[in-house]
Design a protein around this ligand. Structure first.
Ligand SMILES: Cc1cc2nc3c(=O)[nH]c(=O)nc-3n(C[C@H](O)[C@H](O)[C@H](O)COP(=O)(O)OP(=O)(O)OC[C@H]3O[C@@H](n4cnc5c(N)ncnc54)[C@H](O)[C@@H]3O)c2cc1C
Length: 528
């Protein structure tokens, strides 16, 4: 059996950072196991290729939730990358870290060493900031962070209208404060996506101590005498066993990390027995505390300005876009899904923003079915720190059976109320000039949908995840915690979880930057 110092499971945002850093000094042998294939699909590397890949069954796990009681029993599409780079290879590229208070709350709740001042050095370490280093940003890391390309006129009008409506302009959402509206930064370099794989693995080709095995789906982890020591993975039909001398580092993401633990007999005894799995280590929190950002969108018809909808409708438009991108790495193909947005307090008396807005240069009733047949754009509104909690549970030990995902979206009253306030704030921005004069009408839900009941009915019928599942292997103390602040699974030796699943509570913003920070810090903790 092959053996390694560290076996990292999952080459996603966290896993690539962890494996890259663990193998950097050449002193340790590292095996990185990834269920998906290499990141060869060309659309992965084109920012606007997002639309072509995020639902592609060859590149994603293609999960869906159980019927969601807060969303009229709808099943919600839950993509997650299954390819080198994981979700960072298919995501919307927006780079946001969250708020200082998010991390300080983690530390207060038992995650010693994870307060904002503790994690900032790891964010800075990863980063290659386009505008250079300062107190908040790093310039020497492998992860390029650049201004979002291709701001169109509507995008600029949106940001100007937000400031006209009194929200304030923010130059740097990852700087001193998050509040205000402005332009996003994204993980791109020279008009191409920078995934965690591009950032942390592309320089490792000649590293003989790092073995990267793709199309290697981990079945389970083997525990002997209280120590996790082996990993069984499927390459084709056969299971291969590999041994870890120092640690197994589980980085399979918010859905699959708890699923792998449960398949290995590590989890809540009652759930495991119900799935026909022998209990190896009874750990109640595995798979609980699932939460995610929910978005509701307003779709607007543009009065005169073209949007991505119109550009994509004509052959000439598509050709022009392709040429612009091929020759100059500019134009709509160089655009990430989210170009601009903002963070605001949805009611007086709050100490910090509780809602987020994203301007999207296109509109669609269902992205998987195509864009609207008119020049449209959208504004997405979401609550930053939802309180609804759900769970991830495997139904059996068979890895080919998808886990049951029940996020219980919008079951907490405060989540519903905050989302409705967010939609009203979005309308306030849209009814301010200059964007107001550019809107022919609000297509969805339409201005007639006005009362709380009507708006809530719209939300229940249309709201969706923004694909940030976290919390299912919660870090901290207490009966529901899965890992300690050094990311070691409580009660076992040799097993660490390091990915979005360890967030005790979701950060105030998209989760990729934080997942990468977690991989960075995990490697430092393991090497330290
Ligand atoms: C469509 C989409 C859009 C998003 N947009 C943004 C955005 O714009 N900005 C932002 O900040 N965040 C965004 N996110 C969220 C962000 O990308 C994720 O939070 C982050 O990538 C999670 O990192 P992770 O390492 O926890 O998991 P992942 O990056 O998902 O990595 C997990 C890896 O483990 C592998 N794996 C799983 N199970 C196994 C197994 N059994 N064996 C071997 N390997 C396995 C997976 O294939 C995957 O490669 C988006 C996510 C999605 C899906």
């Amino acid at each position: 059996m092959d053996s390694f110092d560290f076996i990292v499971i999952g080459a996603g945002s966290s896993g690539c950072a962890a494996a890259g850093r663990l193998s950097e000094n050449g002193a340790h042998s590292v095996l990185l196991l990834e269920a998906g294939g290499r990141d060869r699909n060309p659309w992965i590397h084109v920012p606007a290729g997002y639309a072509k890949i995020y639902a592609n069954p060859a590149l994603t796990w293609g999960y869906a939730t159980e019927p969601s009681p807060g969303l009229n029993g709808r099943v919600v599409f839950t993509p997650s990358g299954r390819v080198l780079g994981g979700s960072s290879s298919i995501n919307g590229l927006v780079y946001i870290r969250g708020q200082r208070e998010d991390f300080d709350a983690w530390r207060r709740d038992g995650a010693e060493g994870w307060g904002y001042d503790d994690v900032l050095p790891y964010f800075r370490k990863s980063e290659a900031q386009q505008h250079g280093a300062d107190a908040f940003h790093g310039a020497d890391g492998p992860l390029s962070v650049s201004d979002a390309a291709g701001r169109d006129e509507l995008c600029r009008a949106f940001v100007e209208s937000a400031t006209a409506a009194g929200f304030g302009f923010n130059r740097d959402f990852n700087g001193a404060g998050q509040e205000g509206f402005g332009y996003f930064q994204v993980t791109t370099r020279n008009g191409r996506r920078v995934s965690s794989a591009t950032a942390f693995l592309s320089s490792t080709r000649n590293r003989r101590n790092l073995d990267i095995r793709c199309s290697a789906e981990v079945d389970h982890i083997i525990v002997r005498d209280g120590r996790a020591c082996e990993v069984a993975y499927a390459a084709g039909e056969l299971l291969t066993h590999v041994r870890a001398r120092r640690a197994i580092v589980l980085c399979a993401g918010g859905i699959n990390s708890p699923a792998i633990l449960q398949r290995s007999g590590i989890g809540r005894g009652e759930w495991l027995r119900a799935a026909g799995i022998d209990v190896v280590h009874d750990l109640a929190g595995v798979g609980s505390n699932l939460h995610d950002h929910v978005q509701a969108r307003l779709a607007l018809r543009s009065r005169r300005l073209p949007t991505l909808n119109s550009a994509l409708r004509s052959v000439g438009g598509k050709l022009g876009m392709a040429l612009q991108y091929a020759l100059f790495r500019r134009g709509p193909l160089a655009c990430a899904a989210g170009q601009a947005g903002g963070f605001a307090r949805s009611r007086p008396g709050l100490e910090r923003p509780d809602v987020m807005f994203i301007y999207l240069p296109f509109s669609s009733a269902d992205y998987r079915k195509g864009l609207d047949p008119f020049s449209g754009f959208s504004v997405s509104a979401s609550q930053l720190r939802p309180e609804s909690r759900g769970e991830v549970r495997v139904a059996s030990a068979d890895r080919r059976q998808a886990p049951m995902i029940q996020p219980n979206f919008l079951t907490a009253e405060i989540d519903r109320a905050t989302l409705l306030r967010a939609l009203r704030l979005a309308r306030r921005v849209l009814s301010s000039d200059p964007i107001r004069s550019e809107i022919a009408r609000e297509e969805r839900p339409g201005v007639d949908v006005e009362s709380d009941d009507e708006l809530l009915a719209y939300v229940r019928e249309t709201a969706a995840s923004i694909y940030h599942p976290v919390g299912t292997c919660r870090m901290g103390g207490g009966p529901d915690a899965v890992v300690d602040p050094r990311l070691r699974v409580h009660g076992l030796d040799g097993l660490v979880v390091a990915d979005a699943s360890i967030m005790p509570s979701i950060v105030s913003g998209p989760t990729n930057a934080t997942a990468i920070m977690i991989g960075e810090k995990a490697a430092a903790l393991l090497l330290g």
